[in-house]
Design a protein around this ligand. Structure first.
Ligand SMILES: *Cc1c(COP(=O)(O)O)cnc(C)c1O
Length: 356
């Protein structure tokens, strides 16, 4: 009798599925979601638009109108094309598969976004993690040395980084791009609406830079749309490993509609940026909490006991992310997503020491 254990790759057998906790009934501050919903009249219009979509047809192979709208609204520079993914997670996976020559490596600072490593390993690429400094800034010397030693095919730089919130110095990024002579540098700008800084205007300046974005953190995590911008010489090759109908018709229609109402999402992002400053200041006032600066819609806090803090918040029905076991540099760190004003109040109340 053949069992799955005889057939499935040993490294896959040893894995556990990506953990997504059930958040029913919780204030959900664990996944960098935008807490706001669409204004009801806009939601009704969106519903009407979606009702017109031909669900019986496969998605267009290259949705030119949508691609044109993304280029225009997101100010993709001349000389750059755009490739769509079912979330940027799928773009990361496509990059790994496309670059998986024997012995090829993927390099990124750690702690960083877990999908870079996971996706590299699934495509049987070696992952090289280069530790950040203890203040979570980039260790440029270590990065340059590791790039020289490993000659990575792909270098990921999340701008800003998750889970640390760090926005790496532009001069450091320039050095890394120049040092990555035999590879491509992917700047992951998932949090661009909150960082308000971008490498996208410069994407065509280099022959080895791609800029990755997503609509997830902007308020559309549920529709799954990521886009990769860069020179066509790169994108044409990566496109070959894209599953043919990867972005479904409802996602395409919803994206197109929301791009026409980008001001709504941008206003929500502005509100979250202001709330981030307020919340970070309030948390920093609590005894024993060290808050790290963040350019995202989240921030890292070092507490006395991360597991205890997580449990205490859970008991108060607030779900956050305990990242303390992700990497030694994150010892006793938790990651808080910035929520709505009411959610942030609830978080602060639950975090505060019990009054005597
Ligand atoms: C959330 C996140 C993404 C994932 O984006 P999706 O488009 O939802 O797949 C990518 N990169 C970083 C750094 C993130 O934190």
């Amino acid at each position: 009798m053949t069992t799955p254990q005889d057939i499935i790759r040993p490294d896959v057998l040893a894995m556990t599925s990506y953990p997504v906790p059930d958040a029913t009934g919780f204030v959900k501050l664990d996944a960098m979601e935008n807490p706001f919903s669409l204004p009801p009249p806009l939601a009704v219009q969106l519903g009407q638009r979606l009702a017109e979509v031909a669900l019986n047809r496969y998605p267009a192979p290259r949705p030119e109108a949508l691609l044109g709208k993304i280029k225009q609204k997101m100010q993709v520079p001349a000389g750059c094309e755009v490739l769509l993914g079912n979330g940027s997670d799928e773009l990361i996976s496509m990059l790994s598969v496309a670059c998986a020559r024997p012995g090829a490596k993927v390099l990124a600072p750690v702690p960083g976004f877990v999908m870079y490593e996971l996706s590299a390993k699934l495509a049987q690429l070696e992952f090289v993690g280069v530790p950040l400094k203890t203040d979570f800034t980039l260790d440029l010397d270590a990065m340059l040395a590791a790039i020289a030693l490993h000659q990575p095919a792909i270098v990921y730089l999340a701008y800003p980084n998750n889970p640390t919130g760090t926005l790496y110095a532009d001069a450091d990024i320039e050095r890394i791009i120049a040092a990555t002579r035999h590879g491509v540098v992917v700047l992951d700008e998932a949090y661009q609406p909150f960082a308000q800084r971008s490498w996208l205007p410069r994407a065509a300046e280099f022959d080895n830079v791609l800029v990755m974005r997503t609509v997830s953190k902007l308020g559309l995590a549920g529709i799954r749309l990521g886009y990769l911008a860069g020179r066509p010489a790169w994108l044409n090759e990566i496109d070959k490993v894209r599953p043919p109908y990867n972005v479904n018709v409802l996602t395409q229609a919803a994206t197109s509609f929301m791009l026409d109402h980008l001001d709504v999402l941008e206003a929500q992002a502005a509100e979250l940026r202001a709330a981030r400053t307020q919340l970070a200041q309030a948390v920093a006032q609590l005894p024993g909490m060290e808050v790290f600066p963040s350019a995202g819609n989240f921030f890292l806090v070092r507490v006395a006991d991360a597991a205890a803090t997580f449990e205490k918040l859970l008991a108060a029905r607030v779900l956050i992310k305990n990242v303390s076991k992700m990497h030694p540099l994150l010892a006793n760190c938790v990651r808080l997503t910035v929520g709505s004003p009411a959610e942030n109040e609830q978080l602060l109340a639950a975090l505060a020491p019990a009054s005597p």
